[in-house]
Ligand binder design. Structure first.
Ligand SMILES: O=C(O)/C=C/C(=O)CC(=O)C(=O)O
Ligand code: MG
Length: 229
């Protein structure tokens, strides 16, 4: 895949691989134990949206949650790559939201069912533009923040991750071949919480004291949905 297509990962990407429960504080808030290895799930690429589109609450969802996350965009194929080598397969980053139908997820967990609908519905993965790798020389020192209607709800450093980015990528590469244009969502810090219809989410990503990107998304119901393309 060409560099141009990788930077356009939303259109040409192959997989959206997500890691959950990767910050102790969020695990504590949600009453979950600290995992011994990364918790992994997938979203379909039809869940991508970009600024200018709206986040749509899926039909029947009554508890809708925001999660701000660092996304890692893969640049070259990686299979079974060690932690100390894996970062050379990274092309760059993106600011991402892992929108979650929390009531669906809790029901699925209680029943031992998969999280596909809870995490993979259309519009569940809002993403920023591509951020080149050089902009984040240290993936354990980036700031992620998220506001709902102007109130700060999430504001954390990636230094709080249980499994740092190289560990996550190396672990994933044992099971999935990481391919150019894939993105890995690395988990949500503390403060993930509810949003409802007509609320507005602002979020941002900073590194080295510099704002790298930010975006705004509105929440709507299906009836007022903008077309996805
Ligand atoms: O309830 C769990 O076991 C895990 C929940 C999540 O995966 C939440 C996330 O998506 C996250 O922590 O980012
Ligand atoms: Mg998440």
């Amino acid at each position: 895949m060409s560099a141009e297509n990788i930077s356009n990962f939303r259109k040409f990407g192959k997989k959206i691989i997500c890691v959950g429960r990767n910050y102790k504080a969020l695990a504590a808030e949600q009453g979950n134990p600290i995992p011994e290895s990364p918790i992994v799930f997938l979203k379909p690429t039809t869940s991508y949206i970009e600024p200018g589109q709206d986040i749509v609450i899926p039909p029947g969802c009554n508890e809708f949650f925001h999660e701000v996350e660092l996304g890692v965009v893969i640049g070259t194929r990686a299979k079974d790559v060690a932690e100390n080598d894996v970062m050379k397969h990274v092309a760059g980053y993106a600011l991402c939201l892992d929108m979650t139908a929390m009531d669906f997820q809790l029901a699925a967990k209680a029943d031992g069912q998969p999280w596909a609908l809870a995490k993979g519905f259309d519009t569940a993965c809002p993403v920023s533009e591509f951020i080149p790798k050089e902009k984040i020389p240290d993936t354990s020192a980036a700031r992620l923040w998220l506001k709902v209607d102007g109130d700060m709800k999430q504001d954390s450093s990636t230094s709080d991750m249980i499994f740092p980015v190289p560990h996550v990528l190396s672990y994933l590469s044992r099971y999935f071949t990481l391919e150019p244009g894939d993105i890995v969502l690395t988990g949500s810090p503390a403060g993930a919480g509810p949003v409802s219809r007509d609320q507005v989410i602002d979020a941002g990503l900073e590194a080295g004291g510099q704002a790298l990107t930010s975006f705004t998304f509105s929440i709507c119901l299906e009836q007022t949905m903008h077309t996805i393309d």
